[in-house]
Design a protein around this ligand. Sequence first.
Ligand code: AMP
Ligand code: MG
Length: 281
Amino acid sequence: MTSASVRELLRLPAGPVDLSTLDSRGTPGFDGGKKEAKEELPELGPELADLQEKLFAEGYTDGTRRVLLVLQGMDTSGKGGVLSHVVGLLDPSGMHLKSFKKPTEEELAHDFLWRIERDVPAAGQVGIFDRSHYEDVLVVKVHQLAPAAEVERRYGAINDFEKRLAETGTTIVKCFLHISKETQKERLLARLDDPTKQWKFKPGDVDERGFWDEYQAAYTTALERCNTDVAPWYVIPSGRKWYRNWAIGQLLLEHLRGLDLDWPAPDYDVAEQRARLEKEQ
Ligand code: AMP
Ligand code: MG
């Protein structure tokens, strides 16, 4: 069902960003509908698992490469859905998932990247950030939780940090889960209507929604200023959950394929080791 690579289709071009011109309900690269996407996503699983194991094997020997998937988006954009449907296809032993919440007192006493650095993936791992260092130029900017000059400094600090990660073997895949304000309202109402989803709703979510435009502006700046060649942004149309999940699964797969992974060659003589075992009494 795929045509061009999702990696090319969803890559945010360099330059000024206007989120209002980006379709949040599009399905670039996917020809089918909901039924087909729901069938196809699990079919990506075996190849994802195979490539992930090769990456793990490489890291277990002497490799340094790793992958970091960053998930950012407004409330209800579906970070949780991606965790269960896409990240659920990965092998937990080779994966490092971190959800970033409101910083603790201790975290606030350090530079904003301190807590992030502690959770970057190790060699061979696929790391997943559910929210990330971008919150430090999003919620922090919208609610003025840090001085304006400090927020301003952070865009460059983020670019330097991501460049360093890339230079030490990290493939960074940053996803902005794009939804419209109307979609958010529908999804918040759906949470209220469903006793199995009411736990996800906080009255504060409605207050945050009041800052929609400020958040969109903060996202726009972050997308524009931190869209580098070594750590580009991908804008994922997320108005249709099935497309969002399929697209992120596909994007992860394309990045893993791009690493040209193979099973590491042993650093011992196989025949010699076999002979040792065979001559055992
Ligand atoms: P959730 O992802 O729905 O569990 O919510 C996590 C909350 O933590 C959100 O309201 C975020 O805005 C907040 N949060 C995450 N990182 C930061 C940060 N660096 N500064 C302030 N709030 C944050
Ligand atoms: Mg929430």
